[in-house]
Design a protein around this ligand. Sequence first.
Ligand code: PMV
Length: 315
Amino acid sequence: MATALAPAKVILFGEHAVVYGEPALAAAIDLEARVSVRPAGVTTVNGNPLSSQHHVHLVHALQVTEAPHFDITTASGIPSAAGLGSSAALTTATVAAVLQHLGRFDPERTARLAYEAEWRAQGGRGSPTDTSTVSAGGGVLVDRPPGEGEPLWTIERGERTWALRRVTLPPMTLVVGHTQERGRTADEVAKVARFAKRQGTFAREVFAEIGGVARDGMRALTANDLPAAGKLMERNHRLLTILGVSTPKLDRLCAAAMRHAHGAKLTGSGGGGSMIALPTDVEKCADAIRRAGGVPYTVHLGARGVRVFAGEVPA
Ligand code: PMV
C-alpha cells in the first residue's frame, strides 16, 4: 500500500499564454489532495468500479504508470473546477502513489507522467504548469529554456519545450475567490486555441504581452514589491479578458477584491473557477469577495510538493 499527498496550486501570472510557449509563474498552496493505493483483484475508486466517465484523470494516471489493479481511496480539500489544480493534484497524487508502490517514485518522473496523463485527459492540449508545480511545490516558473531561476526539469511536447525552474517567493498570503461557476480547463484551452487560429498575429501579440507581464510579475514578487506585482496582476487580468476566458462574475469579484488588495486577477483556465487577490487586508478582502457573491479561501504560498508514504497516513 502507498499514499501520496499533493498540493493545490495557483497560477500567479501567465496562464493560457504558457500553452503557446510564454512564461508563467505558479505556486503550490496549502490545500491538499490525498490518494492511497492498495493492491486488489480489480480496480475500484472509493469503493466504486473505475469508470472512464467519472474518473477521467485517474484512468489516465493509471494508464501512464502501467499500474496493476488497486483499491484507490481519494480525498481532497481542494474545490474542484475552481482553477486551483484539483485535477492536477489528484492526477499527480495518483501517479506518485503508484510509483511509490512500484518503488519508482521521484518528483521529476511523477511530473512527467502526471503531465502525460493530464494532457491526455484534456484532449491533447495544455502545458506542464500545473502538474510540475504540484510535483515540485514552492514557486515554479515555466519558461522557454534557458530562463531564470534554478532548473528543475525540462518537458517536451511536439515542437514545444518547457523549462521548469524553481523560484523562491517570499512567504505570501493570497485570497482566492471561487465564483462557484464551473470552469472546464479543456474547454477554455480550446476556446483560446480558436482565438489563436482566428486572430493570428494579434493573438500572438497578446500572448507575448502576457509573457512580458509574467516575467515582470515574477521579478516584482521575488523582490517583494507587492504594489508593482498587484498592478501587473490587473494587467494580466485585462489581457486574459481579451482572450475571452474571464466572465462577468470573475470581473466582479476582482473589482470587489481590489478595494482591499494590491491587485487581483482570474487564476487558471477561467470561464468560471477562481480569481486571486494579493490583499492589503486579508479579512476585508475576503469579506468583499463574499459580498460580491464569491466564496473566499485564504491560502498561503510555499506549500511542499507531492509527498509519498508507505502505507496509510493519518488524516
Ligand atoms: O484550470 P487550471 O487551473 O488547471 O489552469 C490551466 C492553465 C492553462 O494555462 C489555462 C492551461 C495549461 O495547461 O497550462
